[in-house]
Design a protein around this ligand. Sequence first.
Ligand SMILES: [Zn+2]
Length: 365
Amino acid sequence: MLAGTIGTIRLFGVPVRLHFTFLLLLVFLLFIGIGQRQSGWLSVVYVLALFGSVLLHELGHAVVGRRYGIRTLEIVMFPIGGVARLERPPKAREELWIALAGPLVNLVLAAAILGALWRGSGLLPFEALAVPNDQNLAQRIAVGNLILAGFNLLPAYPMDGGRILRSALARFQNEDTATETAAKAGRAMAVLMGLGGLLTSNFFLLFVAFFVYLGAAQEAMTIRGRVLSAGFPVRAAMVTDFRTLGHGDTIREAGNLLLATTQQDFPVMHGGQTLGILTRNRLLRALMTEGPEAYVAGAMDRDFVRLSPDTELTDALPLMASAGHCALVMEGEHLVGLLTPENISEFLMIRQISRKRERPEGAAW
Ligand SMILES: [Zn+2]
């Protein structure tokens, strides 16, 4: 689960979480909508309608993703729109349609509202939309959807337009290079947006630029991880020198081990058998609710990520990211190592340096 998120709603089986900055945006929208020539509850309708439009946009991605057999693990709502976390990265061709689906939903919504207005009361001239009032509410919602579609189609990774750009580039270059190019374009676009925001003192644009930059930088980092770990098995990066707990140990003993070592997660063993994992969060929660004399067996997580030492590291990385804690490396039923985020980043640092040194005579890394 991503840090800084609050509340979960389930839509068609997909958990939707709100990032706290999204609530700031809602407050901001309500604030600028109130006190003008518009009744209070219609301001609320306006904000809810836009929120609903963003949600439908995200569901558009999720539905097309599902057609390709890719489950959406969660949707996190950021001020620049939602970010759908997919079970696996889509292939270039799949990504084109998944990315297009979101903005298409907004275009269809806008066309439906504008069409209904046109046949009914008629469309207002563009200037009449500048001041929000009860008469132009529906048309403003339509325009809001057009803006959502247009904004998301900007070729700035990780926005939809950037994903479309990436899938187009992937026709000519390999996928990682394509992503790197699209992420660079995203960062460049973010810097331009930020400059534009500063020069016109449009703080909202500045805010958006910040999020686009973060998203692009994070994506570039994920790709770098994938490139550097390509061709290596889990065995190459796992921790082999680690401590375990017995299932009869108490939370007090687990706490002592937490302090004595640099380890955060401990496998819980019974004889040679691995029963589960006691993460630092679970340990602390058990200490708070059950006290120090409780047994670790009651607090451990039996549903842990299990990897084979021969699994490709590239395949293990997304699993690790979605689990949020360390994975146990098992050779059959035998525990041989731990794969932790810290160790992976150390492995990547070593890989990056040894790749720079370019030693073809084949060091261990
Ligand atoms: Zn989208």
